[in-house]
Write a protein that binds this ligand. Sequence first.
Ligand SMILES: Nc1nc2c(ncn2[C@@H]2O[C@H](COP(=O)(O)OP(=O)(O)OP(=O)(O)O)[C@@H](O)[C@H]2O)c(=O)[nH]1
Ligand SMILES: [Mg+2]
Length: 346
Amino acid sequence: MKIGLVGFAGSGKTTVFNTMTGLDAPVGYGGDVRLGTVRVPDERIDRLSDMFSPKKTTFAEMSFCDVPGEHGSDKKGLSPRGLQQIRDQEALCLVLRDFDNPALDGAPDPLGDLEAFHAECIFADLEIVEKRLERAVKERAEGHEIAAFETAKATLEEERPIRLVPDDQLDRTLFRGYGILTDRPLLVAVNRSEDRAAESIPTDLAAAIESMGAAGLTLCASIEADIAGMEPGDQKEFLADLGLSESALARFIRTAYGLLDLISYFTVGTDEVRAWTVRRGTNAQRAAGKIHSDLERGFIRAEVTPYAVFMELGSEQAVKDAGKLQVEGKTYIVQDADIMNIRFNV
Ligand SMILES: Nc1nc2c(ncn2[C@@H]2O[C@H](COP(=O)(O)OP(=O)(O)OP(=O)(O)O)[C@@H](O)[C@H]2O)c(=O)[nH]1
Ligand SMILES: [Mg+2]
């Protein structure tokens, strides 16, 4: 999954990037677009890997793209350069400043910044949608195409993000490749000073986040970036001092998986133990396509063992002997933590 970090200049995007990736990119002012990838920690993979001692263990991955803010007098959340970058991110993480930054004028105003960013995205999308609609009408496009652009336009004119429109009311395939911003999943990271690390998001801000169909989390990036660079053993203690039980990365991943409705299934063996990420509700055949398109095309069946059952019985043979191996067809809906073996023929 690719996540773009966006927000106003000096809101702490690069610091958040460091917190998530454990890297040490210079913070402070502008800079280059940066990419970093992290593995999604998963205790279940750790345990499976212990059992199989595979040649290779592969975790799910999440990549972050740090987009510098727009500095200068007409302070905006989206620079033209930034826009370019975020168009190919699958989800956006808006970093809101909720700490005093001596380099910037004015007290922090996370709610104001959220609303300003939202307005910018609505405006950018409206421009695209209006152009497409105009062209569709001129070229006498099919009725349902015109209707889709009209739905999108009406939604944006009400200042509502397109992500709020249910799938059955909007043919999203028509919008692919247009870089619509408000249809992208949005995570809002409230970045605050360390004395307020454990405080929850104020109700007005939480309500605004919810009304945009986004998900929120808090962090104090500057100190959590330092913690992220420590030995795992030391991290817990420092987090506890801040009143936190989990690392910023763990909180972020949980929030992102929840917002995007993602689950993991596993493949196991002595060659490789590996996690695969799919949307909840994905069927076995499509899930197999994550591994390789041949597996989707030539899908015969999936042999499934829920992780909990596997752990209880302790081996593949024991699962079989107990008659607990599930043999599933194409339409089986994959569950979180299913251990899958795909049978296929091409
Ligand atoms: N107190 C405090 N300071 C922070 C926090 N996060 C970032 N800062 C400081 O704020 C300043 C700007 O942080 P950056 O991470 O560079 O901000 P940015 O959003 O990447 O800035 P641009 O890329 O220039 O838009 C730095 O001096 C950071 O040390 C935080 O959680 N608390
Ligand atoms: Mg930066």
